[in-house]
Design a protein around this ligand. Sequence first.
Ligand SMILES: O=C(O)c1ccc[n+]([C@@H]2O[C@H](COP(=O)([O-])O)[C@@H](O)[C@H]2O)c1
Ligand SMILES: Cc1cc2nc[nH]c2cc1C
Length: 341
Amino acid sequence: MSDNKVLASFDEIRALMQEVPGPDISAGADATARQAQLTKPAGSLGRLEEIAAWLATWQGRHPAVVDRPYTAVFAANHGIAARGVSAYPAEVTKQMVANFINGGAAVNQLCALSDADLRVYEMALEEPTADFSETPAMTEEDCVRAMAYGMMAVEDNIDVLALGEMGIGNTTSAAALCTALFGGTAADWAGRGTGIDDPTLARKIELIDQAMERHRAVMTDPLEILRCVGGLELSAIAGAVLAARMSRTPVLLDGFACTAAAAVLYAIDPRALDHCMVAHLSVEPGHQRLLETIGQTPLVDFGMRLGEGSGAAMAILVLKAACACHTGMATFAEAGVSGPA
Ligand SMILES: O=C(O)c1ccc[n+]([C@@H]2O[C@H](COP(=O)([O-])O)[C@@H](O)[C@H]2O)c1
Ligand SMILES: Cc1cc2nc[nH]c2cc1C
């Protein structure tokens, strides 16, 4: 967001959320009207038709385009990782950032395929958030600053924003966010992340339960929940989702961690994610539960559980497919094909 002022408090985030634009109903209706003219039985392109209308609705123009897709991956470290909740050591966060920069990760290949610009946002990797099973992960200042950082990643003239994260330990943070935001038990939301064994999963659940106890009194609203058990990259994602709404940029959310971050905004206002689609269903079991809770249907279910924006980057290709059909197909009149009898 090029014109954004510096945000300093949760109150300013809350105020900003009151100002977000709604859908462009007329652009969406134009897309739906064109669908009816194209040389295919009504509705036969299924979800591709829905996507073309959704893109127009949230870009605020018809026809929508996906010529300038952009992938933003936010990377940060988590204090909770020191409690042994991941199958990998925390150093992997920094090492994977180097891999992203060198072009060696899955997300690099997928962005290259969809002609998406890829930017990696490194967030104080040497300074993990506090261990949230003991103390709040962040101060309000740190959390707001991370959200503002995420907002600044949303540049002008992006047609679609694919979001992702990298942060060893962040499926513990994501599960804690979901437990606090939407209820249920830690066991309902926690999964194997990078591939932990049974004893590690039991510890992960116990630590989340402990965090729920410890922060119960202060986790009075979604932003406080984000501050207490979230992370820097998850806060940045929430900020980016909000900024994208302000600048009429549709968003593709990646897996469990990314969707959990965005769900903070949903918990404040259920309309806050209407400009977002969830790219894929993660293997992480909490993802399915989360999608049911926030009313989202993932675009694909490929058994992926990588993170780093890989599913979102891949789904850019699906959006391109929707636009290609919507703009390139002939109408019944143009092609001289008879309409329905
Ligand atoms: O978002 C998901 O669906 C997802 C599921 C499993 C693993 N991840 C990635 O793996 C890391 C978090 O896993 P963990 O086990 O360290 O909590 C982090 O870098 C995520 O990008 C992400
Ligand atoms: C190797 C590796 C790559 C990742 N990409 C996103 N999260 C990750 C976690 C690990 C462990």
